[in-house]
Write a protein that binds this ligand. Structure first.
Ligand SMILES: NC(=O)c1ccc[n+]([C@@H]2O[C@H](COP(=O)([O-])OP(=O)(O)OC[C@H]3O[C@@H](n4cnc5c(N)ncnc54)[C@H](OP(=O)(O)O)[C@@H]3O)[C@@H](O)[C@H]2O)c1
Length: 307
């Protein structure tokens, strides 16, 4: 049995194409979803070509449970869920029950697909410390992770500084809760307590210099393609330690995904889907994401015509 899926093909534009793959074989702890919508993330798109040809790619999906987990955990057949796991960009996906959350009434399934990787990353990195009353700098704020981070930091009571690459990319960020929107790091005249950095390179070095004593940088990603060079002793500081942390904790995201979905249902978090398209046009959508033409998320529909 085969199904349609977005598979890695080194000869395809962006190394991805709509093809076929074997049906998933769920482990006892996994359920199977009929996927309706998927979302793209910069890392997956940028590095698709590094995976073996034929790999079913992607991590973010939303759809309907068509087979419950054999171990009795997780939602029942017929439940609408958002999910995070390898092999998401396919008609059917097997996923651990700890990595799914039921979609509340009133939340669009396509919006739910926009949440997993970017939303959970923003939520978990903000939880690294209390942000209430703190100055939080978010780089790459116009992007997928960035737009969630701006909203969640504002919800958490932070003074939110959103950094974008150009004036045009500032659009909508104040409405999402940013108190200050800056191009690069220009105009940040006081130290910050927390930096969520998705850009890397020179900007990461400059953001480190903006940290208050005891402050922290959460390095989430590296959207630019340049190195970060720290001058000798520039990591030294007097007083409470400044820290820089990596992030890659996607363990058991189900409860955090449920939190995000509840916020969407309550009208307190906007999924910010900037482009909605058929998965047949994955190459165009991926190109737009890499070219910084997407403000927020790309959601692709798993078209019934492909079934
Ligand atoms: N550690 C993890 O678990 C994890 C999870 C999710 C994402 N990530 C990583 O985090 C980063 C952001 O992911 P995302 O999905 O939010 O990406 P995205 O939607 O493409 O957003 C990236 C943002 O980076 C900004 N940027 C600044 N300099 C750039 C440059 N030279 N090239 C490209 N973009 C540049 C862009 O700003 P402008 O729009 O203002 O131009 C863009 O809005 C990626 O590196 C991704 O791999 C890591």
């Amino acid at each position: 049995m085969v199904m349609h899926a977005l598979v890695v093909d080194p000869d395809a534009s962006g190394s991805l194409r709509l093809g076929t793959a074997p049906e998933p074989h769920p482990a006892p702890r996994q359920l199977v979803i009929a996927v309706r919508h998927i979302s793209l993330n910069r890392g997956e798109v940028a590095f698709a070509g590094r995976l073996p040809a034929g790999t079913v790619h992607g991590y973010d999906a939303a759809g309907v449970v068509v087979r419950a987990a054999a171990d009795g955990t997780g939602p029942a057949v017929g439940a609408e869920v958002a999910a995070f796991g390898a092999g998401a960009w396919a008609e059917r996906m097997a996923v651990d029950t700890t990595a799914v959350a039921e979609v509340p009434a009133g939340v669009d399934l396509a919006d739910a697909a926009a949440l997993p990787m970017a939303g959970v990353t923003a939520l978990r990195t903000l939880r690294s410390r209390s942000v209430l009353g703190r100055r939080v700098l978010i780089t790459g704020a116009a992007g997928g992770v960035g737009r969630y981070a701006v909203q969640l930091a504002a919800l958490g009571g932070a003074h939110v500084i959103a950094s974008v690459g150009s004036p045009a990319r500032a659009a909508g960020l104040a409405e999402l809760g940013a108190h200050q929107v800056v191009v690069g790091l220009a105009g940040i005249d006081r130290p910050v307590d927390l930096v969520l950095d998705t850009v890397g390179g020179r900007q990461l070095v400059a953001a480190w210099e903006l940290l208050a004593p005891g402050g922290s940088v959460q390095n989430i990603g590296w959207a630019c393609d340049e190195p970060a060079v720290f001058a000798p002793y520039s990591l030294f500081s007097i007083g409470p330690a400044k820290t820089m942390s990596t992030f890659g904790d996607v363990h058991e995201v189900g409860p955090d995904l449920a939190t995000l979905l509840d916020l969407v249902a309550a009208g307190r978090l906007a999924p910010e889907v900037d482009r909605r398209d058929s998965w047949e046009r994955v190459a165009d959508a991926a190109r737009a994401l890499l070219d910084r033409r997407i403000a927020g998320k790309v959601v692709l529909d798993v078209e019934p015509a492909a079934a």
